[in-house]
Ligand binder design. Structure first.
Ligand code: NAP
Length: 359
């Protein structure tokens, strides 16, 4: 695989920092440009991120010395100097759309962690193991944008990235109804216990906009490409509740599911054990070898013990059992800033690179 020069927009944020830890030694991607707001521009990354560095590993020396660019004012210079950019910013929605389309129209592909482009029917929203076929809509998007190589690809919300993968290989039994109660870590709000001390010994039963995303986004992931665009799936009917819990990293979901054709428990366990997506088949550098991991122990998965499985890119599942109202219930976990954010973005970019979309 050839090497690609990469820019990181939103480099000083929580997700941006995760990208830095993942890209510092990446075999295919070389981090050439760091960008953030005008508040950070012109400073070294070390000065700009300052006390906000929240990663457990130290800031890589050579990254700390890089001068941060202004993602908006320096757009043309950045777009001209890299093969593609990752984007994870906190800005008003209309400014994010303008920013991402701005880079795409300058022929610089964008792999985005932001929500703003998720519901465009010609923008692939990737969990690479589940819907790599959606890359086909990029050609339609390029026609809309009037570009030759520029486009936007996104990853879905972190809240869906345990139960959608777990349900994905079970679709052959006809997913009818799904309830998912999501217990979400504070890093999903860009926070730590230091910056959000109110979350110690607490639970907040509301995360703005999260339940809508958790119910709508799976329907796009399970949608089909028709006439060059993604047409959302109609089934299953999904309802969710999203609660903020005092956990630093790792979103857990308690799932209830009803099928059109109820499988045996052994068939579900086998479907999880055997499942391989395109990243496993292609051997992408960030792909977990075993994506779906079932734990027999009654007290697993646990956020603290299991969120870092396979570099935080695997999904952990446990407690599969029959239910009185539904057919089955189970619990699943994924790392929200790795699989659910930066790691998922890197894996999506590896898929795009392997399929030639950055050439
Ligand atoms: N945290 C998660 O687990 C998670 C998961 C999935 C998706 N996301 C999404 O990822 C995005 C970033 O989240 P986050 O938690 O990393 O946010 P964050 O920690 O608040 O970081 C925001 C970043 O945006 C930059 N920024 C703000 N205003 C800007 C402007 N006008 N121009 C250019 N850059 C600007 C900031 O730069 P300065 O430092 O210069 O202000 C900073 O780098 C959001 O859309 C979020 O919804 C987050």
């Amino acid at each position: 695989m050839r090497n690609y020069n990469v820019g990181l927009i939103g480099a000083t944020g929580m997700v941006g920092q995760r990208f830095i830890t993942l890209l510092a030694e990446h075999p295919w991607f070389s981090l050439k440009v760091l960008a953030a707001s005008s508040r950070s521009a012109g400073k070294t990354y070390r000065e700009a991120v300052g006390e906000k560095w929240a990663m457990k590993t130290p800031l890589p020396e050579k990254i700390g010395d890089m001068i941060v660019k202004d993602a908006v004012a320096d757009m043309k210079e950045i777009a001209d100097s890299v093969d593609f950019v990752f984007c994870a910013v906190d800005m008003p929605s209309e400014e994010i759309i303008a920013l991402e389309q701005g880079y795409a129209k300058l022929e610089c592909p964008v792999v985005s962690n932001n929500k703003e482009h998720r519901y465009f029917d010609d923008v692939p929203m990737l969990i690479p193991e589940c819907n790599s076929s959606h890359l086909a809509v990029i050609e339609t998007q390029k026609k809309r944008l009037g570009t030759k190589r520029g486009f936007v690809a996104v990853k879905p919300n972190c809240s869906i990235q345990s139960y959608v993968p777990a349900l994905h290989p079970l679709r052959e039994y006809g997913l009818e109804t799904v309830v998912a109660c999501n217990y979400q870590a504070i890093s999903g709000a860009g926070k730590t216990f230091e910056t959000w001390p109110e979350m110690v010994d607490n639970l907040i039963p509301f995360i703005k906009g999260e339940e809508q995303k958790s119910e709508i986004e799976p329907m796009k992931i399970w949608g089909e490409v028709k006439n060059g665009v993604i047409v959302n799936a109609q089934k299953p009917v999904i309802t969710t509740q999203c609660l903020r819990v005092p956990v630093s990293d790792g979103h857990t979901s308690a799932v209830f599911v009803k099928f059109a054709h109820k499988p045996e428990k052994e068939a579900i366990l086998k479907a999880w054990a055997d499942f391989k997506g395109e990243p496993q088949k292609l051997g992408l550098p960030s792909a977990p070898k075993q994506f779906l991991n079932y734990f027999e122990e009654d007290n697993r998965p646990q956020a603290k013990l299991d969120r870092d499985l396979e570099g935080g890119m695997a999904v952990s599942i446990g407690r599969l059992r029959e239910d009185t109202f539904f057919d089955y219930k189970f619990v699943c976990l994924s790392h929200n800033t790795l699989r659910g954010a930066a790691g998922g973005g890197v894996l999506a970019a590896e898929l795009l690179a392997a399929k030639g979309y950055f050439d």
